[in-house]
Design a binder for this molecule. Structure first.
Ligand code: PMP
Length: 360
């Protein structure tokens, strides 16, 4: 029996994709081999790669000015790869810190430059808001401005993406890419790990504007230099072939759902159900300001935290899994990525109401 999986990542996959991968496991479309056994330079895998790139470009509406790269290293490696590719002769990069992930990016950048904290969303309740553009205090000549547009742990999402003109905006979109349309033209760079909305862990998405490929530091490893990776169509080193194949199946699935705008409407509905349930009672608490509440990661606390274990055990008994909050903040967190069906959120909300009624 399959459960409803509310994990933050690796996370729920569309069941159709898993079934298709299972069907094609031993013999991919008459090739007589599994995708993981194929040469990355062979005709079969090249077709899988090109199709995944094309579908992603269409889904994300990536303009011709931007390259799409499939890399390795995950979101955290990009915290080093970004400064090594972006600093050029500049000594500063600016950071908007809205939670744990952008804070990690800010700290890692100090190995390569003098990072400047342009704004912070930290309040006396922790990270609970995305500072508006008017609150950002940029330094004189930053190489770029870094933003994490969805903070997976704190459940803070940035909805208003400013236009920074000549200053490249770099965004960590790991945990909400493909959940809503993004105006890619406003960004110099987007990056993200795959294990939330793209597919399985192992492939890292980088979208980078062509003119930014000239800024890499000499110390940047060749395999992580975007210019080299782009010039070799993500095949400078062996790419994570199976993870790219799975991502390709997810992109096809998303197109069958109606694309990013259609999935956004469902994400709005799913997250509203959950936030409405939390807000309607004093039993559950979410501290994030309404305008910054993530549609993907919904952290919440029980007003009486002594009931936490009881809540999680009851959820598990109903097949509602992985609801425990990140250890750094505690409480609960429901991650409701694209692949989590509305029925899953309905089942969770039902359970929350019953749990409250039984314990009141
Ligand atoms: N950024 C964000 C927003 C994330 O959610 C995560 C992982 N949860 C990371 C970066 C780190 O990704 P990885 O573990 O793939 O390096």
């Amino acid at each position: 029996m399959r459960v409803f999986n509310f994990a933050a990542g690796p996370a729920a996959m569309p069941e159709e994709v898993l079934r298709q991968a299972a069907e094609e496991m031993l013999d991919w479309r008459g090739s007589g081999m599994s995708v993981m056994e194929m040469s990355h330079r062979g005709r079969e895998f090249m077709s899988i790669h090109e199709e995944a790139l094309g579908d992603l470009r269409e889904l994300l509406e990536v303009p011709a000015s931007h390259h799409i790269l499939f890399m390795q290293g995950g979101g955290l490696a990009e915290n080093a790869i970004v400064p090594m590719n972006m600093l050029g002769s500049r000594k500063t990069a600016d950071f908007v810190v809205t939670g744990s992930w952008s804070n990690k990016s800010f700290k890692e950048a100090a190995k390569y430059c003098t990072p400047h904290l342009a704004a912070s969303g930290e309040t006396s309740d922790g990270f609970t808001r995305a500072p508006r553009r008017a609150e950002w205090q940029l330094s004189d000549d930053p190489a770029y401005v870094h933003l994490c547009t969805n903070e997976t742990i704190h459940g803070v999402e940035t909805f208003d993406i400013p236009d920074l003109g000549d200053i490249p905006l770099v965004a960590d979109v790991s945990s909400h890419v493909l959940s809503r349309p993004l105006d890619v033209a406003k960004f110099g760079v987007l990056f993200g790990g795959a294990q939330k909305n793209i597919g399985m862990a192992g492939v890292t998405l980088v979208v980078v504007r062509e003119d930014l490929l000239e800024r890499a530091l000499a110390i940047c490893p060749s395999a992580f230099e975007w210019k080299t990776v782009a010039a070799n169509n993500s095949m400078y080193n062996t790419p994570p072939t199976y993870a790219i194949y799975i991502a390709g199946l997810v992109f096809k699935w998303l197109k069958r759902q109606g694309g990013v705008r259609a999935i956004e409407a469902r994400n709005v509905e799913k997250s509203k159900l959950l936030y409405d349930t939390i807000d309607a009672s004093d039993f559950y608490i979410n501290k994030v300001e309404r305008a910054s509440r993530s549609r993907m990661n919904v952290p919440f606390f029980l007003a009486d935290e002594s009931r936490n274990e009881d809540f999680l055990a009851g959820a598990k008994a109903r097949g509602l899994m992985q609801l425990k909050g990140h250890k750094s903040v505690g409480g609960m967190r429901a991650s409701i990525y694209n692949a989590v069906p509305l029925e899953g959120v309905n089942a969770l909300v039902e359970y929350m109401k019953e749990f409250e009624k039984d314990r009141a």
